[in-house]
Write a protein that binds this ligand. Sequence first.
Ligand code: GRF
Length: 215
Amino acid sequence: MARLSRKRTLGVLISGRGSNLKALLDACAEPDFPARIAVVLSNRAGAPGLEHAARVGVPTQVIDHRTYPDRDGFDAALDAALCGADVELVCLAGFMRLLTPGFCATWAGRMINIHPSLLPAFKGLNAQAQALAAGVRIAGCTVHYVRAETDGGPIVLQAAAPVLPADDEAALSARILALEHRLYPQAVRLIAEGRVKIDGGRCIIEGLPPPLGLA
Ligand code: GRF
């Protein structure tokens, strides 16, 4: 597969804290990283993550979902902002709005998400609490392509974290989050280097790196 010399352009969508955005910004600051963040979009004006982007001069835009009559209108505004910034790959990073099937279809194969569980286990909200309630011994995180089904698209990479006997939701979430910050840039690098191909419901990766976490 051909390597791309030009940096791929990312659009990162956030709603809150933005620690995964920060991890991507830090990765993009490395000279050899094959992508750059062209724009950060937030549906919440007060999202703390916006500060991470502003601090390093990455353009941000607030697109407040409450100012649109319906999901289609909101998603059209997202699409316009992403296209306006020539975004090639959309990275959802704690973006707390459900996207319409139309938007997911438009960006199919060009939009990824990070989720704090080993999918397909524990989709949806509070995945770490779901893992604790289920009594699993191994938890983790997943970077996957986005399809209309929530947390349902082809898996790019996963990383595993142990669940320890004394864990509460905060402790487990922190252990998983530390892995997320390593996994998301690794997945973006693979995609930006053209090493990830979607094959139906799965991804095939050229030169799959050894897994982060337990292995
Ligand atoms: C992360 O746990 C991510 O997996 C989930 O939402 C959280 C976002 O955290 N989708 P942050 O805003 O990146 O700090």
